[in-house]
Design a protein around this ligand. Structure first.
Ligand code: CUK
Ligand code: CUA
Length: 701
């Protein structure tokens, strides 16, 4: 049991600070909401002064709830009063959910999910009937693949700083990249990699979002080819794809995108250079052993075969040279997609390797672009490379040899700046505004803070390149994310530990554990770096996230005009206007023009014949921010979200006769339940209305 809090002089100041946040939450039950608001307004902008009886009340609550002073401080740092907005937004991968989550910081409140690779009904994503554009975009080799494994979100950047315009996210399971427009927080494009089915270093962007880069992972025969494992070295290859981004269109420009062939090592995490290292990007690798596994045949399993050698290769790619080679046509088409082959990359001097210790995982470039920090999961050190040394070694041809495919390998000692011992299982690194780096330690379950050198050495009181402290996290941290922590100008202040198995941190939710996003206060220098909030994530295994200052986001509150097509992001001439509602027919093609407004659809009855091809257009003729409607026809698997001004079109074949109520799925008004209508599908002659079939429940077999 924790020590009870006494209201001593020493903790009085702490309590006073803490209660700025706690007071209203603690006493909220006593005052009605109006009184609460009045007091808040009266207090806004004024220093908190606690009366002795309020201090006593706070102390009592703290003791009843067994909260210590650190807990009260943590509450004061994170509690965000009703109606007040967060300072940062964390865009997190959603792991196997296939989505992206947006979370406010420091409150750690979930703001919304953004559907990307998985249809999600609340957002009307993927429930638009026949030829639904979402389902179409999610097809892999013609088959809808309606989930993804999202790993790495990347915010668009201008001059190496988040600009708040777009968000990109990779799907590791299917090698796809999603593009989200942050004006309306909707996925606008999903591109499928034409070369491979497995990626990991996706997505990350060059400093002005010229390219969205998708690094591969498990080598395959590029272009979906086949070869047996015995032909691994000959036929399997790695790749990295440079997707050209057209900012004006908000789309990846497929015609100006290309890839680089890489040796069949397993490429891992990647990062783009910036400032001093602008023009380069870096990719880790493992399994340079080119192990082919086969434990079932008595061969060494992958985990052993892929970890034999002491060194793997950091891939150093000069992307401006790669772009020039692509523009000069020095490519081969694989599956119709232009690829710069290995021998071209070597001849053009655009690909180099640097040895890196023991199957590393993350590579992260410091804000000034000077250093690349590589964390080897089987090595207790981070290895820091200097871009100046890399450039000098390339110019002086300081190679220790070449790999089996002829790629020059830079001399390790010539490019290494320093190695810093941090602890067990270092994975990923982020940066702050005080010259510190933060590295996740998966096996230690800790966040390590360490001091940078070079031009950062004068920013902190410690010796350069030294471990400063470790904060334990619960448990097994993967990525971590500091506020604007991988831009040219990090903010410091907050860091999120993406801790994996939460084990005992929350109530038991059955054997499947939520992950644990833990907020750390990194605002003070030195050895204080407490965990101040735990957020269970019970909807997937997030991998990476990026934290952007909220005021950089210029999101729309409603669509700019009524009749807005959210795919083209412009007014759509097909959007029915008020007064144009009705049903027209040409042969068996039926066109429904509908408007939705509080609290009715028009028309309210739509009659079609069995077998008709129905095109159903709806405009939400609303301009108020709180006037979202839904539209569903249950048995036809149709569900839309109609945000104010939005135009949607769905198509379906009316192949099941019967009477189908359609209704609004958002509780939009007092008469929301009345916002409905009927779709009447008249059976063709001699054909009875369909008898509903009864489903079989999962456990009844
Ligand atoms: S991650 Cu994708 S395996 Cu460390 Cu970037 Cu989790
Ligand atoms: Cu519109 Cu409910």
């Amino acid at each position: 049991m924790k020590n009870p809090i006494r209201t001593s002089m020493a903790c009085h100041a702490v309590l006073a600070a803490a209660s700025a946040g706690l007071l209203f939450s603690c006493f909220a039950g006593e005052a009605n909401a109006q009184e609460n608001r009045r007091r808040r307004a009266a207090q806004e902008g004024k220093p908190v002064e606690l009366l002795p009886e309020q201090v006593a009340g706070l102390t009592k609550i703290a003791n009843e709830r067994q909260l210590n002073v650190d807990d009260l401080m943590a509450a004061a740092k994170t509690f965000t009063p009703s109606g007040r907005h967060d300072e940062y937004v964390l865009f997190s991968s959603g792991g196997q959910s296939g989505q992206v989550f947006a979370i406010g910081v420091p409150s750690m409140r979930l703001l919304r999910s953004i559907a990307v690779f998985t249809p999600e009904s609340w957002q009307g994503y993927g429930f638009g009937g026949k030829d639904d554009h979402v389902i179409e975009s999610l097809k892999v080799n013609g088959t809808p693949v309606l989930w993804g494994d999202t790993h790495h979100p990347a915010l668009s950047e201008t001059k190496g700083d988040y600009d708040g315009q777009f968000l990109f996210i990779g799907d590791k399971a299917n090698a796809r990249v999603g593009v989200i427009d942050l004006r309306d927080w909707e996925t606008k494009q999903v591109v499928k990699n034409p070369l491979t089915i497995s990626d990991h270093g996706a997505a990350f962007v060059t400093p002005n979002t010229e390219y969205v880069i998708e690094g591969g992972q498990y080598a395959t025969v590029l272009g979906y080819g086949y070869a047996p494992p015995e032909e691994y070295k000959k036929s399997y290859r790695g790749m990295v794809t440079m997707w050209k981004f057209d900012r004006a269109k908000g789309r990846i420009d497929l015609a100006n995108s290309f890839a680089l062939e890489l040796p069949p090592y397993w490429q891992d995490l990647a990062d783009a250079g910036k400032s001093a290292s602008d023009g380069f990007f870096f990719i880790n690798s493992f399994n340079v052993e080119m192990a082919t596994g086969g434990a079932e045949k008595g061969n060494p399993p992958f985990e052993a075969g892929a970890s034999k050698r002491d060194m793997d290769y950091l891939h150093i790619i000069d992307w401006r040279k790669a772009e020039a080679a692509f523009r000069a046509g020095k490519v081969k088409k694989i599956n119709g997609f232009p690829v710069i082959m290995l021998e071209t990359s070597i001849a053009e001097g655009l690909l180099y390797f640097a040895p890196e210790p023991k199957s590393p995982h993350g590579v992260d470039v410091t804000p000034n672009g000077q250093y690349m920090v590589v964390a080897g999961k089987l090595d207790p050190h981070v290895t820091v490379y200097s871009i100046e040394k890399v450039k000098a070694a390339i110019a002086a041809k300081k190679f220790s040899g070449s790999d089996e495919f002829g790629v020059p390998v830079l001399d390790f000692d010539a490019v290494k700046e320093v190695q810093v011992e941090l602890g067990l299982g270092p994975l990923h690194t982020q940066f702050d505004d005080k010259g510190y780096a933060y590295t996740s330690l998966f096996l230690d379950s800790a966040v390590a803070r360490w001091s940078l050198g070079g031009e950062y050495a004068t920013m902190h009181p410690e010796q350069p390149w030294k471990l400063v402290q470790k904060t334990p996290v619960q448990y097994n941290i993967g990525h971590l994310c500091a506020a604007e922590g991988d831009t040219v100008s990090p903010d410091g202040r907050f860091l999120v530990s993406m801790s994996k198995w939460s084990v005992d941190r929350f109530l038991t939710t059955g054997p499947l554990l939520p992950q644990n996003f833990q907020l750390l206060d990194i605002s003070q220098t030195g050895t204080t770096m407490p965990v101040i909030y735990d957020l269970p994530i019970g909807v997937g295994e997030p991998h990476y996230c990026q934290m952007i200052k909220a005021d950089k986001l210029k999101s729309w509150k409603v669509y700019p005009e009524v009749g807005w097509n959210t795919r083209t992001q412009q007014l759509d001439a097909n959007a029915p206007k008020q007064g144009q509602e009705g049903v027209t027919r040409e042969g068996n093609k039926v066109l429904v023009k509908m408007t939705a407004v509080r609290s009715h659809f028009l028309p309210e009855h739509v009659e079609v014949n069995e077998g008709d091809e129905v095109t159903w257009r709806i405009t939400a003729v609303e301009t108020a921010q709180d006037a979202t409607h839904g539209f569903c026809i249950g048995a036809y698997n149709i569900n839309l979200s109609l945000e104010p001004g939005e135009f949607e079109e769905v198509r379906f074949i009316a192949d099941r006769p019967g009477t189908y109520p359609f209704y609004c799925t958002e509780f939009c008004s007092a008469l929301h339940l009345e916002m409905m209508g009927y779709l009447h599908v008249k059976p063709t002659a001699g054909h009875a209305a369909a008898v509903p079939t009864t489903g079989t429940s999962r456990d009844s077999k």
